[in-house]
Design a protein around this ligand. Structure first.
Ligand SMILES: [Zn+2]
Length: 140
């Protein structure tokens, strides 16, 4: 299953970022999946718990959004959105277009639980955790 290895490399990325921020848990993983990536969001959803089990991302919720398809027209140089089966220029209707995005897997957002290391502010806040966001892009 292709999606299983995709989830594995996604998990590696998530773990790397979590380590970098000193996080102790991962709350939510927001993925944008391009319609032209050939990946099945449903299969990614079912593969994710299998690879995340026993890791820092074990309880993380995987949220998948469809990424937009964008093309640049080679005739009029306009950038526009397109649909998966009609990669036409939105400005002039030409079909000499180059794909800008829509075939990628993007780790759009990551919500991390990070223990608050700043003791000077500890009395002002009741929470001991903060949520930070990080962004990474993966092309598949
Ligand atoms: Zn055009």
């Amino acid at each position: 299953m292709h999606e299983l290895s995709i989830c594995q490399s996604l998990l590696n990325q998530v773990e790397g970022i979590a380590r970098q921020y000193g996080a102790r848990a991962v709350g939510r993983v927001l993925l944008q999946v391009g319609p032209l990536s050939g990946l099945e969001p449903a299969l990614l959803q079912s593969a994710w718990p299998l690879v995340a089990a026993g890791t820092i991302a074990e309880t993380a919720e995987l949220v998948i959004e469809a990424a937009a398809i964008r093309v640049r027209c080679l005739d009029c140089d306009a950038e526009s959105t397109a649909t998966a089966n009609r990669l036409l220029c939105g400005a002039c209707g030409g079909y000499h277009t180059r794909l800008l995005s829509g075939d990628e897997l993007l780790l759009a957002r990551l919500e991390l639980s990070i223990p608050d290391a700043d003791s000077a502010q500890a009395k002002d806040v009741s929470a001991t955790e903060s949520t930070r966001e990080a962004s990474e892009t993966t092309h598949v």
